[in-house]
Design a protein around this ligand. Structure first.
Ligand code: BT5
Length: 250
């Protein structure tokens, strides 16, 4: 593990080092941790905000088979869930593709950035941010929470090791399509999806495709969403029978 006091973004640091001196490649699963990021990034050009020394801010250098590339962010979300679940039993949920939530409030996010091909593998800077010791007023003004606020406690280094270990187990196994759908409410509930261009579609999540795209039934048609922001739609009382019967067909 490489531990930095401050960096623009741990993903940027890993990308620079991966492209570093020829003949001195970083070993697979090298992790870079920082106490603070001056330009922490989310997906789609958004920010990841974290006060100094209160979060896990980490990027892991991950080699994957090219065919598994699209699954890596989803497996990362599952690995974060695996590591947090014992600390907050029964309450850690996934939102497609890889947000980790506690009671609908985000505790962790994943930013997966492709670096390139080498040795027949696709290499990725897998960025993971987990809110650990923030008080509510230290979190951004979005539905967010931290491990501390949920009554749990873990050091960044121990959590990092648990996440990486869980991730490696997922990567060594067949693609966990059914397990992901079981864990991720977006894949079996009424959802609204805001697409990267701003269009909004509403429908019922009906699983994920073999590449990890979210399958949404809209007016009898199945759309596969590969990027976007998903919100769960709370069913109104009159919707409940219909949702129940659709749920039964999954
Ligand atoms: C993510 O993006 O959730 C990916 C976050 C990845 C962060 C890690 S930290 C280590 C590595 N280095 C980086 O530079 N990044 C990675 P997205 O789904 O686009 O969510 C971003 C949105 O989450 C923002 O627009 C805010 O609304 C919200 N947000 C920002 N900071 C947050 C926080 N600490 N907790 C909860 N939500 C936050």
């Amino acid at each position: 593990m490489i531990h930095l006091a401050s960096v623009t973004s741990t993903n940027d640091y890993l990308a620079r080092k991966w492209n570093g001196p020829p003949g001195r490649p970083l070993p697979p699963f090298t992790a870079v941790l920082a106490d603070y990021q001056t330009a922490g990034r989310g997906r789609l050009g958004r920010d990841w905000l974290a006060p100094k020394g209160k979060s896990l801010l980490m990027s892991v250098l991950v080699p994957t088979a090219p065919a598994d590339l699209s699954w890596l962010p989803l497996m990362a979300g599952m690995a974060v869930q695996d590591a947090l679940a014992p600390l907050i039993p029964g309450r850690v949920a996934l939102k497609w593709p890889n947000d980790v939530l506690v009671d609908d409030r985000k505790i962790a996010g994943v930013l997966s950035e492709y670096l390139g091909e080498q040795g027949g593998r696709s290499w990725v800077a897998l960025g993971i941010g987990v809110n650990l010791r923030e008080r509510q007023e230290e979190l951004p003004e979005v539905p967010a929470t931290s491990l501390l606020l949920e009554g749990g406690s873990q050091s960044p280094i121990a959590l990092a090791a648990q996440i990486i270990s869980a991730l490696r187990s997922w990567l060594d196994a067949p693609v966990p399509q059914a397990e992901y759908v079981r864990r991720c409410a977006s894949a079996h509930s009424a959802v609204t999806v805001t697409l990267p261009g701003g269009d909004v579609v509403s429908g019922i999540g009906v699983g994920v495709d073999p590449a990890g795209g979210l399958r949404v039934e809209v007016d009898g048609q199945i759309l596969t969403i590969t990027a976007g922001d998903v919100a769960l739609v709370a069913p109104s009382p009159s919707d409940v029978p219909e949702l129940t019967s659709l749920g039964g067909t999954l």
